[in-house]
Ligand binder design. Structure first.
Ligand SMILES: [Zn+2]
Length: 81
């Protein structure tokens, strides 16, 4: 086998090629590569190729989003009392 760069470098290079967006995590600041899964979902990966939804030390912020969504559903009808 040819002399290959370390796996970390190859992963980082691959992630940069396939990612739609590269930016740091809003919660913990680690650099992330956002990769579109085949089911259409954009998912953040660290350069260690770990899904950052699992990996983030401050993932409580993600869960809070689910409890109190920033944007209410636009089609939700309001019933007047
Ligand atoms: Zn994070």
């Amino acid at each position: 086998m040819a002399d290959l760069p370390p796996i970390e470098k190859r992963l980082a290079a691959l992630l940069q090629l396939v990612a739609e967006e590269i930016r740091p995590c809003k919660a913990c600041g680690v650099q992330l590569a956002f990769v579109r899964h085949r089911n259409g979902k954009l998912t953040p990966y660290t350069y260690e190729a770990v899904n950052h939804f699992i990996d983030c030390p401050l993932a409580d912020g993600f869960r809070q989003d689910k409890k109190a969504p920033a944007r209410p559903l636009p089609t939700m009808p309001r019933i007047a009392k």
